[in-house]
Design a protein around this ligand. Structure first.
Ligand code: CUA
Length: 335
């Protein structure tokens, strides 16, 4: 399983699109992440200096006052009690340091939170589920999952504002190169924003333990030039083309309990518990980043979701080989 996820992380590559695979907060590619990197470095510098001073003094003391041949081991060393100056110093200095760190952090947090959105912002609603991400574009009428397409912000005076909600437990939305973590809390809406400066795929994950498959709740932001984003959005808004080759599969799919949990726009499948499948094949991965989106993986996933993602809330329907082929052919026509 781990290997599988690793392979997905390393391999899924869209031709011509750079992949920002390093989940590294020290290589920010968006304004919130850049501001947070600076504060992280500042904090590291101060705490690093404290570490060096304290560690250095301890090392020096151990070395300087080590036992030497000829020491009188029967006699206790001189006992020293109390020094007002030293005690005041080591109380006041740490307090000052803590207040400096609080003040600087609060300033950065406030500047990120209170940044006024540009006029041309994109609004996206992200809904946490065990263990996948629902993604909605209210202004576009688009519903998708696990992938957030956004226009590249550089030179565009734009940004993507995210409305974060959860339908079950607390999750945490984290794209290390774009912004810090924000929790998705049931019965509450949290907000954050991202403005990816370079096109490419940014990977992230759920950062709050939310159950068995927490580690397989992967997330990707696909930042594209505005024209490509518009193309993507237009394709997502299109109704599913009816495909005569998949007609049997469609009938099979609609006769099964798939439709209780999944939505395919314009069909009797109107379930909302699982990911919307209307344009399933336009996505790079299945099962929230666990499998690359290939026919082979799709078939294995539908056959037994518990194999790739034990604990997944999608049950195995124990389909016959024929049903499985039909359903997979239908799903493959959803592009
Ligand atoms: Cu969702 Cu951890």
């Amino acid at each position: 399983m781990f290997l599988n996820v690793l392979l997905v992380l390393l391999q899924v590559q869209v031709p011509g699109v750079p992949e920002h695979r390093i989940t590294n907060i020290f290589e920010p590619l968006a304004s919130p992440a850049a501001a947070e990197k600076n504060i992280a470095l500042f904090t590291l510098a101060i705490t690093g200096a404290i570490f060096l001073i304290v560690g250095g003094l301890i090392a020096f003391t151990i070395w300087r006052f080590r036992s030497r041949p000829g020491d009188d081991t029967n006699q206790e060393p001189a006992q020293v009690y109390g020094s007002n100056q030293i005690e005041v110093a080591w109380t006041v200095i740490p307090i000052l340091i803590v207040f400096v760190l609080i003040g600087v952090s609060a300033r950065v947090i406030a500047s990120v939170q209170n940044a006024s959105p540009p006029k041309s912002m994109l609004k996206v609603k992200v809904i946490g589920h065990q263990w996948w991400w629902g993604v909605e574009y209210p202004d576009y009428g688009i519903v998708t999952a696990n992938e957030i397409h956004v226009p590249v912000a550089k030179g565009q005076n734009t940004a993507t504002y995210l409305q974060l909600q959860s339908l079950d437990v607390i999750h945490s939305f984290w794209l290390p190169q774009l912004a810090g973590k924000t929790d998705l809390v049931p019965n509450r809406t949290n907000y954050m924003w991202i403005d990816p400066q370079e096109p490419g795929v940014y990977v992230g994950n759920c950062a709050e333990y939310c159950g068995t498959q927490h580690a397989n709740m992967l997330l990707r932001v696909i930042a594209q030039p505005k024209s490509e984003f518009d193309q993507w959005a237009a394709a997502q808004q299109r109704a599913v083309a009816s495909n005569s080759q998949a007609a049997q599969g469609k009938a099979a799919f609609e006769s099964l309990s798939c439709v209780n949990c999944h939505m395919v726009k314009g069909t009797p499948a109107v379930g909302k518990f699982g990911p919307d499948l209307t344009h399933l094949m336009s996505r790079q991965t299945l099962a929230a980043g666990v499998l690359t989106n290939t026919r082979e993986h799709l078939r294995a996933w539908v056959n037994d979701p518990q194999e790739a993602k034990p604990g997944s809330l999608m049950p195995s329907l124990k389909l016959t080989d024929k049903e499985l082929d039909q359903v997979v052919s239908y799903l493959e026509s959803l592009n």
